[in-house]
Ligand binder design. Structure first.
Ligand SMILES: Cc1cc2nc3c(=O)[nH]c(=O)nc-3n(C[C@H](O)[C@H](O)[C@H](O)COP(=O)(O)OP(=O)(O)OC[C@H]3O[C@@H](n4cnc5c(N)ncnc54)[C@H](O)[C@@H]3O)c2cc1C
Length: 600
């Protein structure tokens, strides 16, 4: 019927969310009581709140600092632009000495989602779970319940896979809330890359299946070519059906309320439209505010390292190493290769009005608009330097049908804080000539470098200080160098020769003193074009009480505290062999079971 059709169309373009905000603002009632107060509607927070509210006896408040998604969030090709919107918290690192030399003021950009859906609403939508050994390692480190065999059911529970050829795989489920599909739009460049990878000896693989090792077209958290965020997957389908689930946007939590005598959390303070409010939690307060904001909230509430709490004048409730460890996955943004093809690189300005109409109105999932920011394939490799077991990759190549030139310097360059001269001297000409090209981002999975996060003052609306210390360990650069060499070997394969793929002959600014493409040139380039894939973990590290680096235990309860958990990627103890969004959903799902079994 016409109304339904109209609603469907409005939904497609994200307008329903905006209307919802205008017509149904959820105004908080001061001092309201809930069973559970969940802070942050990101990947883990949405999964958790949706699962907890399945029990009609329990009331759940989900508090989110940001607003709602719109058409830009839903359209995968625009991923790179979202970092410049108010849906990004906009964090930057403190100036780095050994990395991000190509960024303004040597500050690495550290985007995070600030919107219903959190970072799952602004990320690049790559769906990737990790290696069996990652989780077995968590379990062996004193975290019972987190081995691969025990967490796989939670990855599956969240997934609704529409992956051709994997219909019968025991590693995929087809009935969960989160849609996972292959990106339908594919360039000739990715076909050549996959073929060349196979020619170089890599097997074709399902990197979320039995073995990660090899090459695959990318699996994405999209539904019919549109972003499927935590909000779209978990909350939207149920929010009108559950009167026990209350969702508040633009609600910025500033402190956890704690009874000092019993060390029990009993509520939160937050700001809504510049006014302070309090919510009480009868059962638990759960922080799902992400790898930067969950530790910030703990420290603001007196749970953190003694020196930091003393320095900012917050009374100590519990001394814990909050923020003391910060891991991430660092990349080299490149190498970039030009090709003899035409019309294959994802230039956003090349999107035609016909493609837009066919995507928006006919819902065609196979247009350029469904490309997840140009990412088309992943390859998981081992470098000769790795001493890890043979089935545990240490490098990933992320094949992107473009570069900073794809949006002519209007999106990614600004989002990542690249200096103008990087764009001018390496990419501008590619954009002007609409020269076909692609980039292989080379990412290291298991870095030795460890950063940290702390607070400079007790301003609850301020930014945490973040020093990721990328490449403090020299060895990390050597891994990426090996990864770059592996990518160059793939370029020598016949499938790459067929499309005339050759290294872009534009030296990285600042590295001209080294012979182009020599080892020292690449080492310099790695420290200059240092690009994080935003997989920050470890700031509220999970581990047993005996572990001096641990903040939460295996049930995600904050050590020494009662009725307080952290449920998000900050609990991940070491960087996984994966991008971190899938793990966030898994953590939300698993936490909901732990909470259910405790309170039921
Ligand atoms: C640009 C970018 C691209 C990425 N691409 C990928 C990818 O392709 N694949 C992948 O697997 N991973 C990717 N990641 C990483 C991945 O998306 C995140 O690790 C994951 O989504 C984090 O989930 P989370 O639940 O831990 O936190 P988040 O999703 O960040 O959720 C935290 C939520 O808490 C809210 N919040 C924070 N503080 C407060 C407060 N004080 N009061 C109220 N609310 C608050 C935030 O606004 C946010 O909504 C990317 C990340 C970024 C930034």
């Amino acid at each position: 019927d016409v109304n339904r059709l109209l609603l469907d169309q409005l939904n497609q373009v994200g307008l329903v969310n905006l209307l919802e905000l205008a017509t149904r603002p959820n105004v908080p009632r001061d001092l309201a009581n809930y069973d559970f107060v969940v802070v942050g509607a990101g990947a883990a927070g949405c999964a958790l709140a949706a699962r907890l509210s399945e029990n009609p006896q329990w009331t759940v408040a989900l508090l989110e600092a940001g607003g709602v998604e719109n058409i830009a969030h839903l359209t995968p090709v625009l991923a790179g632009y979202l970092q410049q919107t108010s849906s990004n918290w906009g964090y930057k690192s403190v100036p780095q000495k050994l990395s991000c030399l190509g960024m303004n003021n040597q500050e690495c950009a550290l985007p995070r989602g600030k919107v219903l859906g959190g970072t799952s609403s602004i990320n690049y939508m790559i769906y990737n779970r990790g290696n069996r050994r990652d989780f077995d390692g968590w379990s062996a480190a004193g975290n019972p319940g987190w081995s691969y065999d025990e967490i796989l059911p939670y990855f599956l529970r969240s997934e609704n896979a529409q992956l051709q050829g994997l219909e019968n795989s025991p590693y995929h489920n087809h009935s969960g809330p989160l849609s996972v599909e292959y990106v339908r739009f594919r360039s000739q460049l990715v076909d050549a890359f996959v073929e060349a990878s196979v020619e170089s000896g890599l097997p074709r693989t399902d990197y979320n299946g039995e073995s990660q090792f090899g090459v695959s077209y990318v699996q994405a958290t999209t539904l019919n070519g549109r972003r499927h965020s935590a909000y779209s997957a978990y909350i939207k389908p149920v929010r009108d059906l559950r009167s026990n689930l209350h969702i508040f946007t633009y609600a910025r939590v500033t402190r956890i309320l704690i009874d000092d005598a019993t060390k029990s959390a009993y509520g939160v303070e937050f700001h809504y439209k510049n006014k302070p409010y309090t919510f009480k939690a009868r059962k638990e307060v759960i922080l799902s505010a992400g790898a930067f904001n969950s530790p910030q909230l703990l420290i603001l509430s007196g749970i953190g390292p003694e020196d930091n709490l003393k320095a900012i004048g917050v009374p100590i409730v519990k001394e814990l190493p909050v923020g003391r460890r910060l891991y991430d996955h660092m990349c080299h943004f490149g190498p970039t290769f030009v090709t003899n093809t035409t019309g294959q690189t994802t230039f956003t300005s090349r999107v035609t009005p016909t493609e837009v109409l066919s995507y928006l109105l006919a819902g065609n999932p196979a247009t350029r608009l469904s490309s997840i920011g140009g990412v088309e394939a992943l390859a998981f490799l081992k470098t000769p330097r790795s001493s890890l077991p043979k089935d545990w990759p240490d490098i990933e190549l992320i094949m992107v049908a473009g570069s900073l030139a794809s949006d002519e310097g209007t999106g990614l360059k600004l989002g990542a804080n690249f200096k103008e001269e990087i764009y001018d001297r390496m990419y501008r000409e590619l954009a002007q000539a609409r020269q076909d090209h692609f980039t292989l981002l080379v990412m290291q999975f298991h870095p030795e470098s460890v950063g940290r996060l702390w607070l400079r003052d007790r301003n609850s609306l301020g930014w945490p200080k973040i020093d990721p210390k990328y490449f403090a360990a020299e060895e990390d650069v050597e891994y990426l160098l090996d990864g770059i060499k592996a990518s160059l070997r793939i370029m020598e394969m016949p499938a790459m020769q067929k499309i005339g793929a050759r290294l872009l002959q534009r030296p990285t600014p600042g590295c001209e003193g080294h012979k182009f493409a020599s080892d020292d040139y690449w080492r310099c380039s790695i420290r200059t074009l240092s690009y994080t894939l935003h997989h920050q973990v470890g700031t509220c590290r999970m581990g047993p009480e005996s572990d001096p680096t641990a903040v939460v235990n295996h049930q995600l309860k904050v050590h020494g505290m009662r009725r307080l958990r952290v449920v998000d990627t900050s609990i991940i103890p070491v960087p996984p062999t994966a991008h971190t969004n899938a793990a966030a959903f898994m953590i939300g799902e698993k936490a909901s079971d732990m909470i259910r079994s405790e309170w039921s």
